[in-house]
Design a protein. Structure first.
Length: 237
């Protein structure tokens, strides 16, 4: 793991040398207006005849694999097989495209698009670290035409372990960059304690954005290196 060989430095993030910035999606860039929860309900209704409210079983920042597994375990009374989980994840994706498109509460969060444009103009590489599967992540961003900003990422379809997703994103960033990227040249941006923990597990700093259900104090308590109220404030780079 990178955290074991990378030394986590304190102090300000310097814009000089900052190469890649990794963004969470839900609660950081967009809110889906509950579209993900509705997609899970439709998927469980199709397969098991029950519209399960997955929000009662999952925590913010969990991967799709974790969410699907918890839902299936509550439904079946045992841990799901790989086949059972794969079927549910596929059905969730099937309905997600519909629920995202129809969601009246879908919106891009304050300052997100302007910030992404600014960062691209300044020459930073932008990536995603999301518990959504790769296809699910792109479905959620497509409605707002935000996919155009991101060339790599780590997704819930890569691993059920949120911490490993950051490692995956960094490896893909290095492939896109064409060389090694050190911790001081990376920054994560997210809205939950899991985002903070995953960034630190990979040995890099995290900007906590209090744009969803975690307050500034919650993010400070979680260990975020920097905390902002919304992306409209910009990043501390």
């Amino acid at each position: 793991m990178r955290a074991s060989r990378w030394r986590h430095e304190k102090g300000a993030v310097m814009s000089k040398g900052l190469i890649a910035i990794l963004f969470d999606i839900d609660g950081t860039l967009i809110t889906s207006g509950g579209a993900g929860t509705r997609a899970w309900a439709l998927a469980f209704d199709e397969v098991y005849g029950t519209k399960l409210d997955i929000s009662q079983l999952s925590d913010l920042g969990m991967t799709d694999g974790e969410v699907g597994s918890k839902g299936l375990e509550s439904m079946l009374g045992h841990k799901p097989s790989n086949g059972e989980l794969e079927k549910m994840l596929e059905r969730h994706l099937h309905y997600l495209a519909k629920t995202i498109e129809e969601s009246e509460g879908y919106r891009v969060l304050e300052g997100a698009e302007d910030l992404l444009i600014s960062l691209i103009i300044k020459g930073h590489m932008l990536g995603l670290v999301s518990g959504n599967s790769e296809k699910g992540a792109h479905i959620k961003l497509k409605r707002a035409n935000l996919n155009r900003f991101f060339s790599f990422g780590g997704f819930g379809s890569d691993s059920v372990d949120r911490n490993e997703l950051t490692e995956v994103a960094i490896s893909r960033a290095e492939i896109a960059f064409g060389g090694r990227i050190v911790p001081e040249q990376l920054l994560c941006v997210g809205d939950t304690a899991r985002d903070v923990g995953a960034a630190h597990a990979a040995g890099i700093k995290c900007v906590g954005v209090a744009s969803s259900k975690f307050s500034k104090q919650d993010l400070k308590d979680a260990g975020a290196d920097y905390v902002i109220g919304s992306l409209k404030e910009g990043l501390p780079i």
